[in-house]
Design a binder for this molecule. Structure first.
Ligand code: NAD
Length: 491
């Protein structure tokens, strides 16, 4: 596949052109080079994919789980063999550094590995003799056709929070990548094709809102897995509920990190810089507010300002680059406007990354690391998801005040604490209202065998992506009560 081509959909085991006449350019955010054109597929493209998935389900659900996972073993090998190429594609369309893209693909592969355990993970349970001569058992069955909708910031990893579990559990799928970064999934789909996965089990439909809306309204689709911003997550969750679908919708975030005076400041600073500025802050688990307590104010502020100033920003494919661009020119303007808003609210731009000059990439969508000091804890900037390389600093006198501030927040994706006190760590773990907690960890991203556990406005639903939650989400329980009376004998 050449990168400058018009992308195709993959439906019923065939690569096919969308019926749409609307296309978007896929742009490398560092070089501003056009990488390809993505179709904004129509309702009829989605309907065709659902029909193929519905047809495939009748046979796929009968394939034993032990046979279904053989395709995942093959996929794991293909992903390993093509990791460098996939990582390069992620960097080209999404902007993160090559090391970050490789790390992303490792996380994708972990999910494939975990889903290879489905024959055990989807087992039910049973009770013999719940009444005399009567047995009862619970079995897990696949749902049918499920829909997966992805955001722009992890084009390689996020599809894998869902695909391996959904298909290994016996479902068939329609997946839509973000229209901003559709190339990585296109390449992954070519690898999936090489595994010999039967036609119709996994279908790729490129596009934007129309594809999502058609999926939400389609009566055959039984479940929706969504990852993206909070307003769209809320919308998808409410439409899915209205049309009787099961839904798991992961939304936005504003992740706070408390730094206590007893933290190891050098280590904390290194980890915090990676968390706030890694992937140019476009991570749903990026640290965005650092709350310093007591003496940590002075030591941490000086150290983080130094690291932010010296971070090497550029094209992620070049050696030594530590941070790439943000995704679009609109994102760049939005982030710069939010920095200005923070300044107007009284914050001091300790390090100001607006309108940077990145040599050789003057047209790229860059914002350098930015640190806002003395951010008003009750102001807009302390609450709004910036989704860029901007760290806000707030100072409070006690851990109790810091936890109270965190718990007032709208979001609950991640909260972290840096300390050398076990008692403080336990208090924080116990009281902080977030679904992913880090103790001396900057990006508390759960491994594939744990659920990705956002709370509050960071998640709408009950069962999260990854691990056992994914198995429960992609199966429905059936309880069977059985009596096999032996008429020749008395019990
Ligand atoms: P987005 O909400 O703009 O888009 C996500 C998906 O929804 C895309 O596929 C897009 O085509 C579709 N979409 C966009 N607008 C829509 C609409 N009005 N109706 C129907 N569908 C629509 O999100 P994004 O900008 O691609 O991703 C960044 C956001 O995702 C951030 O808020 C980030 O925090 C969040 N995110 C959350 C997690 C998590 O696990 N909680 C992980 C990654 C990203």
């Amino acid at each position: 596949m050449g990168l400058s081509t018009v992308l195709k959909n993959y439906v019923n085991g065939q690569w096919q052109e969308s019926s749409t006449t609307e296309f978007l350019e896929v742009i490398n955010p560092a070089t501003v080079e056009v990488l390809g054109k993505v179709p904004l597929s129509s309702a009829s493209d989605v309907n065709q994919a659902v029909e193929a998935a519905q047809q495939a389900f009748t046979t796929w659900r009968r394939v034993p789980a032990g046979d279904r996972i053989q395709y995942l073993f093959r996929l794991k090998t293909l992903l390993e063999e093509n990791l460098d190429d996939l990582a390069t594609t992620i960097t080209m369309e999404c902007g993160k550094t090559l090391a970050e893209s490789k790390g992303e693909m490792r996380r994708a592969i972990e999910n494939v590995e975990v889903a290879c355990g489905i024959p055990m993970l989807m087992q039910g349970y049973n009770s013999e003799d719940i009444a005399r001569g009567i047995d009862e058992f619970m079995i897990r069955q696949p749902l049918g056709v499920v829909g997966i909708i992805c955001p722009f910031n992890f084009p390689g990893m996020i599809p894998f929070w869902f695909i391996p579990y959904a298909i290994a559990c016996g479902n068939t799928c329609i997946i839509k990548p973000s229209e901003k970064v559709p190339l990585t999934l296109q390449k992954i789909m070519h690898l999936i094709e090489q595994t010999g996965l039967p036609a119709g089990v996994l279908n790729l439909v490129n596009g934007a809102k129309d594809v999502v809306d058609t999926m939400l309204e389609h009566p055959v689709i039984r479940a929706i897995s969504f990852v993206g911003s909070t307003p769209v997550a809320k919308y998808v969750y409410s439409r899915a509920a209205a049309t009787g679908k099961r839904a798991q919708c992961q939304g936005g975030a504003k992740n706070p990190v408390i730094v206590l005076p007893d933290a190891d400041i050098a280590t904390t600073t290194r980890i915090m810089a990676d968390s706030a500025f890694g992937c140019a802050g476009q991570r749903c688990l990026a640290a965005s507010v650092a709350i310093t307590v007591g003496e940590a104010k002075k030591t941490f502020t000086e150290a983080i300002a130094d690291v932010a100033q010296t971070r090497k920003v550029g094209y992620g494919l070049e050696a030594g680059v530590q941070m790439g661009p943000v995704i679009t020119a609109e994102s760049q303007s939005r982030i710069e406007a939010l920095i200005q808003k923070g300044v107007e609210e009284g914050a001091k731009p300790l390090v100001d990354g607006r309108t940077p000059k990145i040599s050789n990439y003057e047209n790229g969508y860059f914002v350098r690391p930015t640190i806002l000091q003395n951010v008003d804890p009750l102001g807009e900037i302390a609450k709004t998801e910036i989704f860029g390389p901007v760290l806000s600093l707030i100072h409070l006198e006690t851990i109790e005040d810091a936890i109270a501030l965190i718990n007032q927040g709208q979001y609950g994706n991640m909260a972290c604490l840096f300390t050398s006190s076990g008692a403080a760590a336990r208090k924080f773990r116990y009281e902080a209202e977030a679904g992913n907690i880090g103790i001396n960890i900057g990006v508390a991203a759960p491994m594939a065998f744990f659920p990705f556990s956002g709370w509050k406005d960071s998640f709408f639903g009950d069962l999260h992506g990854q691990g056992q939650h994914a198995v429960e989400f992609f199966t429905q329980t059936k309880v069977v009560v059985e009596r096999w009376h032996d008429w020749t004998r008395q019990f």
